[in-house]
Design a protein around this ligand. Structure first.
Ligand code: IZC
Ligand code: ZN
Length: 428
């Protein structure tokens, strides 16, 4: 234990350490590593001790934060976002209200292709500023690590422009960004008659992306009218040979078998999974490919049926949750809202939800050893919540419960002075 720390958090009502030796499946997702009446010491941007109230006695601190009995957790991890994009798609709301399906809007040249047009037109600096704005908002909601996909260029120059924006933000913004190349997000109009040639063009970018260290993962939208399972297999195999980790937008709308493909190829994650088959779920459990569920999207697409999270957890699939923040199917940076959807629509318990947005989310983007847990020696990414306990967040919905966000040991977002929230609930 150190005698001097830069920052000392005292009087933590509930501390979720989320301590774990790996990603969690099944019953292990019920454990949140809860400590009550805890303290946390931070020095040189890292966590140097975690303990009970008494363990802070005699410690000198540069700054002390009295958490007044509040909940403290690791910074949240959002493992699936499309945060870098031009324009917006509010004009599609009327179409949605008329019942025009998402994939039909895309077939008509709207949807993703409308965002592609705006992103192609935007300068790199404009995209940078706009993405920064969205990231600031994510940080304000308690997110300290984010995955960011490209996929609104669908041509070499614009895809590179998006990836460069993500790289600059990784350097400049407090949030840690993990970059994914989603060049295979839709078929651009200039390749409408020859999707294979388009995929070849995207494959041909991979060496440069690797050389410039612009992405760690490669993703594809395996969906009716976009890319088939066979095209996806061939494409992802090439990406894997070039050393990229794999992700798939799998069985989001139609059950094509992207889930099985993700397991077959050893993808790090299979995302969406609303239409995942029993067999696909079993394969995820066997291979350890992480299920990243995105209930905010299912809600926003107006669907009745959500991903079968209960079955997945019962069958020992590793489940993570994300916003899917994007301008079409889930325009929200509010990951806390996703907690409520996960509770009410996926029937996940509060403990499972916290694991799915910390430990498991970090492993879903290759950051399991850096983020998602409060353990001595790790980077100090923490959130102090205006909440008396961890059950409170999924329950009290639609608002921002963040009091203070600490990223790498520094206070980066703070709402207001700590006030007494223990009176919000009879359970303190
Ligand atoms: O812009 O509509 N599903 N890709 C696959 C998306 C949604 C993002 C979008
Ligand atoms: Zn997505």
């Amino acid at each position: 234990m150190k005698e001097y720390v830069d920052l000392l958090l005292i009087n933590i009502g509930q501390l979720l350490t989320m301590e774990s030796v790996g990603p969690k499946a099944g019953k292990a997702m019920q454990d949140v590593g809860l400590l009550e009446d805890a303290v946390v010491g931070i020095a040189n941007r890292k966590i140097v001790f975690i303990g009970e109230r008494e363990s802070a006695s005699g410690i000198q601190a540069g700054q002390v934060i009295d958490c007044q009995g509040k909940l403290v957790s690791p910074g949240l991890v959002d493992p699936h976002t499309h945060v870098v994009f031009g324009g917006s798609r509010e004009h599609e709301m009327a179409l949605k209200q008329q019942g025009v399906p998402y994939l039909e809007i895309l077939q008509q040249g709207g949807g993703i292709l409308s965002t592609v047009e705006s992103t192609r037109e935007a300068t790199e600096d404009h995209l940078y500023e706009k993405s920064r704005f969205h990231l600031d908002r994510m940080l304000s909601y308690g997110v300290t690590t984010v995955e960011a996909k490209s996929g609104y260029g669908l041509d070499v120059d614009t895809e590179l422009k998006q990836l460069k924006v993500a790289k600059r933000l990784q350097q400049d913004h407090p949030i840690d960004l993990v970059s994914t190349f989603l060049g295979a997000h839709a078929i651009p109009h200039e390749y409408k008659e020859d999707p294979q040639a388009f995929l070849t063009e995207m494959i041909n970018m991979l060496d440069l992306i690797k050389k410039e260290n612009l992405a760690e993962f490669v993703d594809i939208f395996t969906e009716t009218g976009v890319f088939t399972v066979e095209q996806s297999r061939e494409y992802l195999k090439k990406a894997s040979e070039k050393g990229f980790g794999l992700k798939i937008h799998a069985d989001e709308i139609d059950p094509l078998g992207g889930t099985e493909l993700a397991a077959e190829l050893g993808a790090i994650s299979a995302d969406h999974l609303v239409g995942a088959s029993d067999h696909g779920i079993q394969k995820l459990a066997e291979t350890g490919t992480i299920a990243v569920l995105l209930p905010g999207t299912t809600f926003y697409l107006g669907k009745e049926t959500f991903a079968r999270a209960r079955k997945m957890i019962d069958e020992n699939v590793i489940v993570a949750l994300a916003t899917d923040f994007n301008p079409g199917s889930c325009p929200t940076e509010n990951i806390q809202l996703i907690m409520t959807f996960a509770a009410l629509k996926l029937k996940m318990t509060p403990e499972e939800i916290w694991n799915a947005m910390t430990v498991n989310a970090a492993y879903a983007i290759g950051r399991g050893e850096q983020a998602g847990q409060l353990v001595v020696g790790r980077q100090a990414d923490l959130v102090i919540w205006d909440a008396p306990n961890y059950h409170y967040l999924p329950y009290h919905y639609g608002v921002n419960h963040v009091n203070t966000v600490i990223k790498n040991g520094e206070v980066v977002s703070k709402r207001r002075e700590v006030s007494d929230t223990t009176s919000l609930s009879s359970k303190s």
